[in-house]
Design a protein around this ligand. Structure first.
Ligand code: FAD
Length: 187
């Protein structure tokens, strides 16, 4: 049983997983390797002079794994309610989690299939997004959404930031108080 299953390991999903795993939450990321970010050459990600999208995505996954996030390659085919939370089915197996974060980028097909409320996208080239509140909550209690699929501007610094924001909101809800993740430079 995971505290959170994150669907998508692009900048949004991996950034969210970095925070949830580092907060000690049992975290699983499921991704089927179709991140559009892999086609990017990035010179506008604050703090990183220049980087290929592929390297940014791989670095993000390594950061999440460093703190204990598990990352599996598979396609999520369904998410349904279970006694303890949610059953997440993939084309290979199934998992259980108390919370789910949708970080599926431009892909809204799974969200529509599982009954999440969608609306037309407002960013260029984005057809459909999820209807989320300011915290990142969808119409199904326990399922959150972040990044491109949640309608934010499609830039890595923003999608990664939104993944972190939603993760901190989820961690704070699980902990019952606002969460802060600050490390201090050792002298
Ligand atoms: C050609 C190009 C150039 C770009 N250049 C820049 C740039 O210079 N600077 C910049 O800031 N941004 C750039 N971007 C945008 C950047 O890639 C995106 O903004 C962004 O970061 C998207 O992040 P994301 O995590 O929301 O989506 P993605 O990175 O697309 O990740 C979504 C992940 O979800 C997975 N997924 C979806 N559905 C399922 C499912 N059912 N089961 C399992 N996995 C699933 C996909 O495989 C994918 O890996 C560029 C994009 C493109 C296409």
């Amino acid at each position: 049983m995971y505290d959170v299953v994150i669907i998508g390991a692009g900048p949004t999903g991996a950034s969210a997983a970095l925070f949830t795993a580092k907060a000690g939450k049992k975290t699983l990321v499921i991704d089927n390797g179709k991140s559009v970010t892999k086609r990017a050459w990035i010179e506008n990600h604050y703090g990183v002079a220049e980087i290929t999208g592929q390297d940014l995505v791989e670095t993000g996954k390594q950061q999440a794994r460093k703190f204990g996030a598990e990352i599996v390659t598979a396609t999520v085919t369904n998410v349904s309610k279970s006694d303890n939370g949610f059953k997440v089915e993939t084309d290979q197996s199934e998992f259980e989690a108390s919370h789910v974060i949708m970080a599926t980028g431009m892909m809204a097909d799974l969200a529509e299939k599982i009954g999440l409320t969608t609306k037309p996208g407002t960013e260029p080239r984005i057809k459909t997004i999820l209807d989320v509140d300011a915290a990142g909550k969808t119409n199904i209690d326990g399922i959150w959404a972040a990044g491109t699929i949640a309608g934010v501007s499609m830039h890595t610094i923003i999608t990664a930031g939104d993944g972190a924001k939603v993760a901190i909101n989820l961690i704070s809800e699980l902990n019952g108080e606002r969460y802060v993740d600050h490390d201090i430079l050792k002298k």
